[in-house]
Design a protein around this ligand. Sequence first.
Ligand code: SF4
Length: 375
Amino acid sequence: MNHSNIVGGSTAKRVMNCPGSVALVQKMPPQPSNKYADEGTLLHNVIAEIVMTDKHPEEFLHTKYNDQVLTLDLIDNKLVPALAALDVIDPNKEMEIEAETRVGFGDLLPDVFGSTDLIGRIGSRAVVLDWKFGDGVAVEVEENPQLMFYAAAAMRTEETKWAFKDVEEIEMVIVQPPQVKRWVTTPARIAQFEKDLVKAVKLAQQPNAELKIGDHCRWCAAKPICPQMTGAVDRALKTSIDGLDAPTISAYLKNADMLEQWITDLRALALQMLDSGARLPEYKLVAKRAIRQWTDEDKAKVALFAFGLTESEVMETSIISPAKAEKALKKRKQALPDDLVVAISSGNTLASADDPRPEVMILGKQLTAALSKLQ
Ligand code: SF4
């Protein structure tokens, strides 16, 4: 088993905030892997071998994990920046390292374990490092429950406890290329975290353990069957928006993200059930719309020319996107000139007040109409 079905590093935040989620998640079918998860596993496997053997990343070119293959692009954009981050953390190359280690809590919390990316030690400082290769959500390092989980478990694990012996500081590092985030904490903080974790695991074992909604729900596999979520959906469906005031609408928007995630996960679960042969009343699987393709492009071209169509009618060409051009130029160590591209937003969208993007100024309708006449 690769993951604890009680709590592991990536689920520590959820379990500590919502102990009731443990029992609910255990009822869910295992989540199928996807190409992003497989690519992450491939990169984790390769970088662990690189740091333990000092081999060059290119030696791993074309390494495979499921359907994912290590390409030059992944080496340049993920592995090389991640390895460069190690030079920042350990400029004199004095860090002792243990990579990809299963760590756990022994008898204190049986069946609670995780897998650390890298545990190290430089002088009187232990290092707990996590590689994040996904391009999605930026992860904060300060008070990060996943890293604190790994530190606490590594301190109790034979293969890694040497890194923490008599240390005064523990440095947590998240390498999410191109960013490196660092936070220094103390063994006392990790001891407190461990106490909180033990409390949450004990609560999780109680019948009717508390379910609590929050941003930790984002990655919870039990969303589709969670009474807190279904309750929120029922309330949302029953509420009339007539007469709602702005602060109320704002408060509901906060729930919208959660509801959208719930809907996405519910659809994915239903699809997974139907795919595996289960029946769902009033639903069935159908084939997606079929798109016609040429059985043989060369034959089709000959036939179309034979019908009298001209070269320009048969063949289509279009210029590659600026993103693809930038990538192609980067490989030749050249930059895309700024004046060749313009970034045009396709419209406005909703964001929370703390979103880092600047607020769009809405012009009055009359001013907009007047300006449009000037164009
Ligand atoms: S969806 Fe949220 S409230 Fe429900 S079980 Fe998961 S973490 Fe808890």
